[in-house]
Design a protein around this ligand. Sequence first.
Ligand code: HEM
Length: 242
Amino acid sequence: MDRALTLRSTTVGTKAIMAVTGAVLFGFVVVHMLGNLQLWLGAQAMHDYAVSLRKIHGVLWIARAVLLASVLGHAWSAFTLVRRNAAARPVPYKHARRDQATNYAARTMPITGVVVALYIAYHIMHLTLGVGVAAHDPQNPYNNVVNGFSNPLIAVVYIVANVLLSAHLFHGGYAWFNSLGLSNPRYAGMKRAFAMGLAGLITLGNVALPVSVLAGAVKPTTETFCSPELGPCAGPGVEPGR
Ligand code: HEM
């Protein structure tokens, strides 16, 4: 008897998983970028923002679980689709295809996807866990970011990764409409404008942060903070619960 068709076993189902998880990740990147812009409001604003994310008990962990499931689902569906495509066309195209509205971004999706995954792993080690960062202070996300970006090598890694992310978001945003059935060429201009506009704004916001630190417009603070939500406080003399 035939195996029941499931979401995971059909190409349409796999693309649906890719579209839903992609939308969740896109939403996260927009919200995260807006949160990061608080760097320009100063250390207190960033500290308070980090505390507020942890104030509603359990919400941060639920969001983290949804994010992790989305990253894994997205990577699995990408890997599955690339493998199925390769099996369906063992002989590669003689000439690069030029028929896709976002062609260069489309062809480099697997590469930009892997780069973004590596970037996220590095980024969590750098700013959430503070691996290898001597002055990492969980109470002071502002200084963690500013001290990090004061190192030109780290700033350049962030800038390059965020530019590559924009290519991924551009094609992803465009292809998302196709997954929803909006594949009529009549809508190509609108889809391109939407995907390019949104990917451009996200990248502009994220790249502006290391650039403003490198340019000396944002400097480290000597302020200290201590809120139990953010874990242990740095050293004596800090007023608890500030
Ligand atoms: C210049 C741009 C960025 C800055 C300044 C930045 C800043 C930060 C900071 C300060 C944290 C730690 C928050 C905390 O522990 O309270 C963080 C966590 C994180 N960031 Fe970013 N971020 C940037 C871009 C991105 C991008 C583009 C992505 C995804 C593609 C991303 C994904 C994450 C993830 C997954 C976490 C871990 C969240 C958690 O704690 O579970 N970030 N970021």
